[in-house]
Design a protein around this ligand. Structure first.
Ligand code: MN
Length: 426
């Protein structure tokens, strides 16, 4: 379903006076601090985050999954949902497909549908963490790292198939996340597992089109609980370097042990020109996949501060591919995604407010107190009117969640798709 432009206009009209008042107040305060408000609003409008095709249905855990009514039951409906999300937020201008959960049946039709919603195809994701129905060989004991060559070859061939599918849609990157590892000490030889993984990744790399990138994601544990083959950024970075210039590390916020300094990892990777992709979520304990910014918004701001610094100072690093990689379990998936997009934009806006020149000066003078003041002054600014302005300028909603509720979109989706529709995915 598409939202009528007039409907959105009416909803915005009711909120416009309040928005203008808040925006003008903030704009005046920021201008007095020599901030270029128009430039910040434009940067926010340009910042687009890919929505993964598995995020539109109800999430779940290994203990169970509680369905959400009106879920999209095919790829077309998923793209429709992202289109609607993009219409309201103007921040979700891309989809990241998961293969084999979302293989298009009719490529032309899917491309046309996406382009009618102004949705691009971002990185494609392979899946060697599950055995597929028709698979000859199992990934129970690993995929790219498996001691068995036939399993490795099958996993390599799958990744190359994913590249072919992505290529037909206009994607330019492949994300590889491996569940490979071991559950018990002694189960696997660490050196063999790593060597097989490197060799397999090099095979996939060889099959990449010239203008493609390979993103190597890391994770310290889970689903394997004793060891993971690509457990940290250092291992990913080493493998990316072994593959070549088109291979990069991908940082997923939830894929770190508690209290890891992720902003430092981001800085190191960008200095070395190897931060390729970024997955947003939040967590309290492990890879919880919670709504972005729901638990540690200050950490997210510090990470964005490192990202903004890198984007401004590291031409050796390509512009990263952004994606939300969160689950929502008990929320309406679309409302959850809107909250995540808002949190991302908020952290980005606050990072754009950091006076990098003053921070450099304070660092040079070893004025630690001023360093903290600069960061926290930016963080404490309520930037939401800037986000509203960016959305309003681009034809989106001043308040996306409120608009979604006022337009009763979920009710309409249930009427259209039924109460029992189930999205493909875990
Ligand atoms: Mn991820």
């Amino acid at each position: 379903m598409k939202i009528e432009v007039e409907q959105l206009g009416d909803l915005n009209k009711a909120k416009e006076a309040g928005h203008n008042k808040n925006f003008n107040f903030l704009s005046e305060a920021l201008t007095a601090q020599n901030k270029d408000v128009t430039a910040i609003v434009n940067s926010l409008a340009e910042f687009q985050v890919a929505i993964p095709s598995w995020a539109l249905g109800a999430g779940g855990t290994r203990f169970g999954r509680f369905g959400f009514q009106g879920e999209p039951s095919n790829l077309g409906q998923k793209i429709d949902d992202i289109g609607m999300l993009h219409q309201l937020t103007r921040t979700a201008g891309a989809v990241s497909l998961h293969i084999p959960w979302d293989v298009p049946e009719d490529y032309m039709a899917i491309k046309e549908l996406a382009s009618s919603h102004n949705i691009l195809f971002d990185a494609v994701n392979s899946n060697t963490f599950q055995d597929q129905a028709n698979a000859k060989h199992s990934y129970k004991f690993g995929s790219l790292s498996n001691i068995s060559k036939v399993s490795r070859d099958q996993a390599i061939a799958h990744n190359l198939d994913v590249v072919k599918i992505g290529d037909k849609l206009g994607s330019k990157s492949l994300t590889v996340w491996l569940a490979d590892g071991s559950n018990f000490p002694g189960q696997s030889n660490f050196q063999d597992a790593l060597q097989h993984t490197e060799d397999s990744l090099k095979e996939i790399y060889k099959g990449l089109p010239e203008d493609w990138k390979l993103f190597i994601e890391y994770k310290p544990y889970e689903p394997n609980f004793y060891s993971t083959v690509i457990q940290d950024w250092g291992t990913s970075f080493m493998l990316a370097n072994a593959c070549g210039d088109k291979a990069y590390t991908l940082v997923d916020l939830g894929h770190h042990l508690p209290n890891t300094n992720i902003e430092q990892i981001v800085s190191t990777l960008m200095l070395k020109g190897k931060l390729g992709g970024f997955h947003f979520n939040d967590s309290k304990y492990g890879d919880d996949d919670l709504t972005v910014g729901s638990v540690k918004p200050y950490a997210l701001f510090l990470i964005f501060n490192a990202l903004v610094y890198g984007m401004e100072n590291n031409p050796q690093n390509p512009y990263p591919a952004w994606m939300i990689d969160a689950s929502h379990n008990i929320k309406d998936p679309l409302e959850d995604l809107m909250q995540s997009l808002e949190a991302i934009q908020e952290a980005y806006a606050k990072a754009l407010l950091v006076d990098q020149t003053k921070l450099r000066d304070a660092q040079a003078n070893h004025d630690v107190v001023t360093c903290q003041e600069i960061l926290q002054n930016a963080y404490r600014t309520d930037v939401r009117p800037l986000l509203e302005k960016a959305r309003l300028n681009a034809g989106g909603a001043i308040n996306p969640v409120a608009a979604y509720r006022e337009l009763e979109i979920r009710k309409k989706l249930i009427q259209e798709r039924g109460a029992n529709s189930i999205a493909t995915g875990l």
